[in-house]
Design a protein around this ligand. Structure first.
Ligand code: MN3
Length: 201
C-alpha cells in the first residue's frame, strides 16, 4: 500500500520551470525516503499501516506518542510530496475555473490578488516548509504556511494547492533564488487537480 507512486509525467516534463535533475532526486530520493521511514516507524502498528496516510495525519492524537513525531514528519513528507507532484502538470499554468475560481475571487478579491498573497506566503516560509491553499470545514479558503512536514490535514483543513519550499525543491536549478522558483512554478500548476480537490468534501 505504501509504495512510491510513479510520477504522473516524465522527469523532464516540467522543464524549464522545474528541472529533470531536481525532479529525479526529489521524487526518487526524498519522497521515497519519507515513505520508507514512515512504514519503518509504523512497524508493529498494523491498524495504522492499513490506513491511508492522510487519515493517520488527520487523527494524529490517536497515534501512540512513541511514534507520533516520526509519523508527523515522515507521514507528512510522504503525503505532501504525493500532493505536490500531482499538483503540477506539463499542461499546467494559467488560472482555475469553475467553483474554485469563484471561491478564490470571493476570498482574495481576484486571481491576481490571490497569486500575490500565495507567492508572499511561499517566499516568507522561514526555513523548511510549505505554503498552502486550503479549505476549511465550512468551505472557506485561506492561505497557510506550515513548517517542516506539519500537515494542514492535522488541523482539519483540506489541501487545494501546495508548493514545497524546502531548499531541496529548487536548489539544484535556482540555488538561493526561491522567488525565481516560485514564479516558475505557477507555469506548471495543475488547476484541474486543484479544482477536483476543491470539489471534494
Ligand atoms: Mn520536498
Amino acid at each position: 500500500m505504501h509504495t512510491l507512486p510513479d510520477l504522473p509525467y516524465p522527469y523532464d516534463a516540467l522543464e524549464p520551470h522545474v528541472d529533470k535533475a531536481t525532479m529525479k532526486v526529489h521524487h526518487d530520493k526524498h519522497h521515497q525516503g519519507y515513505i520508507k521511514k514512515y512504514t519503518a516507524a509504523l512497524e508493529g502498528y498494523d491498524d495504522l499501516l492499513a490506513k491511508p496516510v492522510k487519515a493517520v495525519l488527520g487523527d494524529l492524537d490517536s497515534v501512540p506518542e512513541a511514534i507520533r513525531t516520526a509519523v508527523r514528519n515522515n507521514g507528512g513528507g510522504y503525503y505532501h510530496h504525493s500532493l505536490f507532484f500531482d499538483m503540477m502538470s506539463p499542461e499546467g499554468g494559467g488560472e482555475p475555473s469553475g467553483g474554485l475560481a469563484a471561491a478564490i475571487d470571493e476570498a482574495f478579491g481576484g486571481f491576481e490578488s490571490f497569486k500575490k498573497q500565495f507567492t508572499h506566503a511561499a517566499l516568507t516560509v522561514f526555513g523548511s516548509g510549505w505554503a498552502w491553499l486550503v479549505k476549511d470545514a465550512d468551505g472557506r479558503l485561506s492561505i497557510l504556511q506550515t513548517p517542516n512536514q506539519d500537515s494542514p490535514v492535522s488541523k482539519g483543513l483540506i489541501p487545494i494547492l501546495t508548493i514545497d519550499v524546502w531548499e531541496h525543491a529548487y536548489y539544484l536549478k535556482y540555488q538561493n533564488r526561491r522567488p525565481d522558483f516560485v514564479e516558475a512554478w505557477w507555469n506548471v500548476v495543475n488547476w484541474d487537480y486543484a479544482e477536483k480537490a476543491y470539489g471534494e468534501k
